[in-house]
Design a protein around this ligand. Structure first.
Ligand code: ADP
Ligand code: MG
Length: 724
C-alpha cells in the first residue's frame, strides 16, 4: 500500500463516533429557536408592525418604509440577542447551492465610532456585487445589475453568527436569476388555477397551498479517504475504481443498523436542523453501502425548498465535525445505487382539504378525480419538459441506470385508481351519473374510492412519477438538484391544465349542462387524452422503451438535447401564459444548462486525464517493470515465466491504450472548445468527450485488479465504502 494511502486509511480508522448531546431531550424546547418565526415576531414587533407583516406574508400587501424599518429593528434586536453580528441576503443562484454575502450590523458613523445599522431598506433590497453568477447573458449590459429582494414568506434564520434573510435574486430589468423567483411565480399560478376549480365544489375555498415533502439521499465517506481521491474532491464522484467484491448484493445495508459514527452525525444534524425549524422526521440507511436518507415532514413548498437548500449547507458543516464528507452527486460510485431526491407534491385548500386525497362522498371524489386527472394530463403534455427539469451532467449517470427512474416520464396510479379511471372512461354518463331525489350527485365508482385506497400497497418503484395515496412522488429529481427546478415545471403545467379544464367546463355549463355532469364529461375527455402517460408496468424493461416511443412519449436520452424542451413552442407558451418565465428568461436558463453541462464534463475529463497520466500509468508501468525484471531473470535461469509475460503484456497494452485514449480525449475537447454555440458545444461534449471517460475508466479498473496493491495510490472502493 502506498504510504499516502496507508496514512489515510489509518487516519480514517482512528475516527470514532463523536457524541454530541442536545441540551434537552425534548425537541420542542429548542425547535425553531434560531428562526424569526411568528412567535419571535410577536415578541420583537409591536402589534401594528406584526399585523402589517402578517398581512404582507398572507396577502402580499406591500410594506411601507416605516413598517419595514420597524421590522428591521425588531429582527436586528432578536438576532443580536441570539449571537448574530452579521446579516446576509441568502439566495439561490443558478449555479446550484446557496449564496450569501455577509455584512456587519456595525457600521462606522463617520466620527470614529460604530453604530449598529440595519434599516428597512437593507432588509428589503440589496445589490450584491454578484456579477460572477451565471445569468445566461441577461446581465451582459452594464446597467443590468442583479439585486436581491426580501421574501417575507420564508422566515429569516441564524446560522453561526449570521442572520440570513431569504431573498429573490433578480436582474435590474426584472428577470429572474435564481430558483426562488420562478418558484414563487409558479406557486401563485397553480394556487390561482386550483382555487378556481375548487370553487366548483366549495365556495369557502379562498386559497390553495402547494406542498412539498422531499426525501434526500446522500453518501457519507471519511474525510481522510476523500482527501486522497482527487476525483471526489474535484468532481464529487469517483471517475475510476473497481467494484468491491461485496457491495449491495446482500441488501444488508438497507434499513440496517446505522453505524455509530453515522448515527452521531445524524443526531448532531437533527439537532442543528430542529433549531432552524426544519421538521426532520425520518433517517435511515439506503440501499448502497454508506448511503443514507433523511426526510422532514412536508411543508408549504417555498419554505420546504428553502429548508432543503439550507439543510445541504448544514449537512456539509456538521459532517466536517464528524470527519465525514457528504456526497450529493447522483452517482458517486459505479456499480452501486446512486442518490436522488424524491419530491412529494400535493395541493391543499385553506379549508384543510388535501386535493389529492379521496373523500367520503361521490361529490368529494369528483373533486379528487378532477385534480388527479388534470395532474396526469399536465404530466402527459409536458413529459419531455419534466424530464428536462431533472436532467443534468450528474443526474444523467443515474436516470435510466436500472436502479433509478427511467429516462421516460410516465405516471403510476396503482390498479385501484386505474380501474376507477377506466370505468369513468368507458361509462356512458347518462347511465352512470345519477342525481337522487334530493338532487345529490351519485356515481358508484366515485363513491367507493376511500375503502379501495386503504390498500394502496402496490407502489411501483420503477415509476418516475407515482401516485402514492394522497400525493404524487416525483422520483427522478437528482440528489444535488434544487427541488425548485422540477417543482416550477409541475406547478406551471398543472396550472395551465387546470385553467384549460375550467375553460371547457365553463363552456359546457354555459350551454346549459348541469355542473357535475359538465365536470364529469370533461374528466372523461381528459382521461382519454392523457392515457399514453399512464403506465403501471416495469419502467426498466426494454419493452417499455419501445412501447413508450410508440405512445409518443419523449424517449430522448442525450442530456443537451433534452434541454431543448425548455424552448419548445408549447413550453414558451405555457410559461408566459402562466406568468412564470418570459422567453428571455427561458433562453438564458437553457443557455446556462448547456454551459454547466460543458463545464462539468470538461472538469471530469481534465481530472481523469491527469489522474490517468500521473497516477495510473506510472504505477502500472512501475509494476510492469518489476515483473519484467523477474521474467528476465527467470529466463536466464531457464524457468518458464509465461504467466508473468502475459501479465506484462496486458499491463503494457492497457497503459498504452490509456495514453492513446487520453490524447484523443484532449483532442476532442479542443475541437469542442472551438465551437461557439453553447448548445452545439454541449452536444459535442456529450457525444465526443464524455464517451472517453468510460473507455479510460474501463482500462484503469482492469489495471487496479492486477497491479500490486502495495503501490496503488488511490483508496479503493472497498476501503472508501464501508464505514464501521
Ligand atoms: P417513502 O420513502 O415510502 O416514500 P417517507 O415517509 O420516507 O416515504 O417520505 C414520505 C415523504 O412524503 C415525507 O417527506 C412526507 O412528509 C411527505 N408527504 C406525506 N404526505 C404528503 C403530502 N400530502 N404532500 C406532500 N408530501 C407529503
Ligand atoms: Mg419516497
Amino acid at each position: 500500500m502506498s504510504l499516502l494511502r496507508f496514512k489515510m486509511l489509518e487516519t480514517a480508522l482512528s475516527h470514532t463516533a463523536k457524541e454530541v448531546a442536545a441540551p434537552s431531550s425534548n425537541p420542542s424546547d429548542y425547535f425553531g429557536e434560531l428562526v424569526f418565526g411568528r412567535k419571535q415576531m410577536r415578541k420583537y414587533l409591536n402589534t401594528q408592525t406584526y399585523n402589517a407583516l402578517i398581512d404582507t406574508i398572507e396577502n402580499n400587501t406591500p410594506l411601507t418604509q416605516d413598517v419595514a424599518d420597524a421590522i428591521a429593528a425588531g429582527m436586528r434586536q432578536w438576532a443580536l440577542e441570539h449571537g448574530a453580528d452579521h446579516y446576509c441576503h441568502w439566495f439561490q443562484p443558478l449555479t446550484g447551492g446557496t449564496a450569501e454575502k455577509h455584512d456587519s450590523f456595525a457600521e462606522p458613523d463617520g466620527y470614529g465610532n460604530v453604530i449598529e445599522e440595519f434599516s428597512g431598506k437593507v432588509l428589503i433590497q440589496q445589490e450584491p456585487d454578484a456579477s460572477s453568477f451565471p445569468s445566461g447573458g441577461i446581465r451582459n449590459t452594464f446597467e443590468a445589475r442583479g439585486y436581491s429582494a426580501w421574501d417575507p414568506t420564508s422566515p429569516a434564520f441564524i446560522v453561526d453568527t449570521t442572520l440570513c434573510i431569504p431573498t429573490l435574486f433578480i436582474s435590474y430589468t426584472g428577470e429572474a436569476l435564481d430558483y426562488k423567483t420562478p418558484l414563487l411565480r409558479s406557486i401563485s399560478a397553480v394556487s390561482k388555477a386550483a382555487t378556481e376549480i375548487c370553487r366548483y365544489f366549495d365556495k369557502n375555498v379562498e386559497h390553495v397551498y402547494t406542498f412539498l415533502g422531499w426525501e434526500q439521499e446522500y453518501f457519507l465517506i471519511d474525510d481522510a479517504l476523500w482527501a486522497a481521491r482527487p476525483d471526489l474532491v474535484q468532481t464529487g464522484r469517483t471517475l475510476m475504481g473497481h467494484e468491491a467484491a461485496k457491495n449491495q448484493q446482500l441488501d444488508d445495508h438497507y434499513f440496517g443498523a446505522i453505524p455509530s459514527r453515522v448515527l452521531a452525525f445524524m443526531k448532531d444534524l437533527e439537532y442543528e436542523c430542529l433549531k432552524l425549524g426544519i421538521p426532520l422526521k425520518t433517517r435511515h440507511n439506503e440501499v448502497a453501502p454508506n448511503q443514507f436518507e433523511l426526510a422532514p415532514v412536508y411543508e408549504e413548498m417555498n419554505l420546504a425548498n428553502d429548508h432543503n437548500q439550507l439543510i445541504i449547507t448544514i449537512m456539509h458543516k456538521v459532517a466536517l465535525r464528524h470527519h465525514f464528507r457528504v456526497l450529493l452527486h447522483e452517482k458517486p460510485f459505479q456499480g452501486i445505487n446512486g442518490s436522488g431526491k424524491h419530491n412529494n407534491w400535493s395541493l391543499g385548500t385553506n379549508t384543510g382539504v388535501n386535493l389529492l386525497s379521496p373523500g367520503k362522498t361521490a361529490f368529494e371524489n369528483l373533486q379528487f378525480i378532477t385534480f388527479l386527472v388534470n395532474v396526469i394530463a399536465a404530466v402527459h403534455k409536458h413529459n419531455g419538459l419534466l424530464k428536462a427539469s431533472v436532467m443534468s451532467a450528474t443526474n444523467e449517470h443515474r436516470l435510466g441506470a436500472g436502479e433509478a427512474p427511467p429516462t421516460i416520464i410516465s405516471t403510476f396510479l396503482g390498479s385501484q385508481i386505474s380501474s376507477v379511471l377506466d370505468k369513468i372512461e368507458s361509462s356512458r354518463s347518462s347511465e352512470d351519473i345519477r342525481f337522487d331525489a334530493k338532487n345529490v350527485f351519485r356515481m358508484s365508482g366515485l363513491s367507493q374510492i376511500p375503502s379501495l385506497l386503504l390498500d394502496n400497497t402496490d407502489r411501483n418503484r420503477t415509476s418516475p412519477f407515482a401516485f402514492t395515496g394522497n400525493r404524487f412522488e416525483f422520483r427522478a429529481v437528482g440528489s444535488s438538484d434544487n427541488c425548485a427546478e422540477a417543482m416550477i415545471v409541475i406547478n406551471t403545467a398543472v396550472a395551465e391544465q387546470l385553467a384549460e379544464f375550467k375553460r371547457i367546463v365553463d363552456a359546457k355549463i354555459e350551454r346549459g349542462e348541469k355542473k357535475e355532469k359538465a365536470i364529469y364529461e370533461s374528466i372523461r375527455q381528459t382521461i382519454k387524452q392523457c392515457k399514453a402517460v399512464r403506465f403501471d408496468g416495469n419502467g426498466y424493461s426494454d419493452e417499455w422503451r419501445a412501447e413508450a416511443a410508440e405512445r409518443g412519449l419523449d424517449c430522448e436520452t442525450s442530456t443537451p438535447i433534452v434541454f431543448d424542451r425548455y424552448l419548445d413552442a408549447s413550453t414558451v407558451e405555457m410559461f408566459s401564459k402562466m406568468g412564470v418565465y418570459n422567453k428571455i428568461e427561458l433562453e438564458a436558463r437553457t443557455e446556462i444548462k448547456w454551459e454547466m453541462y460543458v463545464k462539468k464534463v470538461q472538469i471530469e475529463a481534465r481530472v481523469l486525464g491527469d489522474l490517468a497520466m500521473n497516477h495510473i500509468v506510472p504505477i502500472a508501468s512501475k509494476y510492469g517493470g518489476v515483473l519484467l525484471d523477474k521474467a528476465w531473470k527467470m529466463k536466464e535461469l531457464g524457468i518458464s515465466s509465461n504467466t508473468d509475460i502475459e501479465l506484462i503484456e496486458m499491463i503494457q497494452r492497457r497503459t498504452a491504450k490509456i495514453q492513446t485514449l487520453v490524447r484523443e480525449m484532449i483532442d476532442s475537447r479542443k475541437r469542442a472548445n472551438r465551437i461557439e454555440d453553447m448548445r452545439e458545444k454541449a452536444i459535442a461534449y456529450h457525444d465526443t468527450v464524455s464517451v472517453y471517460l468510460e473507455l479510460i475508466r474501463d482500462e484503469i479498473d482492469h489495471l487496479e485488479e492486477v497491479v500490486d496493491d502495495q503501490i496503488w495510490t488511490l483508496p479503493k472502493y472497498r476501503e472508501i465504502l464501508f464505514i464501521k
